[in-house]
Design a protein around this ligand. Structure first.
Ligand code: KG4
Ligand code: ZN
Length: 334
């Protein structure tokens, strides 16, 4: 629950990690079932934590897309029902715009024009945002999203899902200059990204290094404690992870800097799960003359506070969703 667009009264996140970890990734049917199971208790808990009653709510915001249809349907249907019962407005929010607002929650005074880099499991997008609420797409990934590349590389190396946080924790133990990855050359829009080549390069490397046994040994480890993982991860693999992380971070930053210059950005907003990445945060800190803004860690990955924050300007403009709102798995922001 968010008051006045920026004051977080409560933030409750129901993690489904335990369910998906067994399958090495998100299983859509299980995701919607878990949503269905969690939605009523999570909303109740958020109301309790905020010390709020239904009468305190001016509106209910819901993610209308992009995302998995089953999960979106659960949220949209429940939000519609609540709004109908309480006779309050419903506000439809784009998930990606939610991520951008996770940064405004902590840094309300960001200077515009800004460049927004949204990097998550589903997105690697660059937007020009001249003022809060306006977006022009400058570039996006043509294949895997950055977080997806992390998750896929981790999976093929025998690490647990989600791979991003694990690779990030292991990368500082390796030498980032050990493995050279060729950078993709983009035909057409130079601001577009491509991460699938990096994933294939990692696969080839594992084959050349005959890593099958090492990978199998890691898959057998059920613990996600870093000391247990380090025991089954030799130096060559730590070096590979450090080099992979370095390549991803360099690619993200390079694009961010070129596009920031193109649009004369005063600030750079980095949002989405991959905004947690320590390598990316450190590299951004070293940039001179351009301010980078990241959300706090708990707001970087998916959460409802960012959706409520993104809904606030729409509430002020009375931009409400119709009663027949339908979720859009492929909803685009710009
Ligand atoms: O925004 P998010 O919670 O969900 C989506 O909308 O996709 O992002 C999840 C993604 C996953 O791919 C996860 O591996 C990645 O963010 N991620 C990270 C880190 N923490 C989460 N990637 C790299 N480094 C991290 N520290
Ligand atoms: Zn997300």
């Amino acid at each position: 629950m968010v008051a006045n667009g920026s004051e977080i009264r409560s933030s409750v996140v129901a993690s489904q990690l335990d369910v998906h970890v067994k399958y090495g990734g998100v299983v859509p049917e299980l995701a919607s079932r878990e949503h269905l199971r969690a939605i009523v208790p999570v909303v109740r808990q958020a109301m309790e934590q905020a010390g709020a009653t239904w009468d305190d709510l001016s509106a209910i915001a819901v993610t209308a897309g992009p995302g998995l249809i089953g999960s979106l349907l659960v949220g949209v249907t429940y939000a519609k029902a609540l709004c109908f019962a309480r006779q309050i407005p419903l506000i439809a929010v784009n998930h990606v715009e939610g991520h951008v607002h996770s940064v405004f929650l902590d840094h309300p005074g960001i200077a515009f024009p800004a460049l927004a880099l949204v990097v998550s499991g589903g997105h690697t997008h660059l937007f020009e945002t001249k003022e809060a609420g306006t977006y022009r797409l400058l570039g996006k990934t043509r294949d895997d999203a950055a977080g997806e590349a992390y998750d896929k590389v981790a999976k093929l190396l025998g690490f647990q899902y989600p791979g991003g946080p694990m690779i990030d924790r292991l990368a500082p133990h390796g030498n980032r200059r050990a493995v050279k990855f060729t950078r993709p050359k983009m035909k057409g829009n130079e601001l577009d990204f491509s991460f699938s080549g990096l994933k294939t390069a990692v696969l080839r490397w594992t084959e050349q290094q005959n890593m099958a046994e090492e990978i199998a040994a890691r898959r057998a480890v059920k613990s996600s404690a870093i000391e247990d993982i380090l025991k089954v991860t030799p130096q060559r693999t730590l070096d590979l992870l450090a080099s992979f992380q370095h390549a991803v971070v360099e690619e993200l930053l390079r694009h961010a800097l070129i596009s920031a210059e193109q649009i004369g950005a005063e600030s750079v907003i980095v949002a989405g799960g991959v905004a947690c990445n320590s390598g990316l945060r450190e590299a951004a800190k070293k940039q001179r003359g351009l301010r980078f803004y990241f959300p706090t860690f708990h707001l970087s990955t998916d959460n409802a506070a960012m959706i409520a924050a993104a809904a606030f300007p729409k509430l002020q403009r009375k931009e409400f969703a119709k009663a027949d709102l339908k979720p859009h798995p492929g909803l685009v922001l710009a």
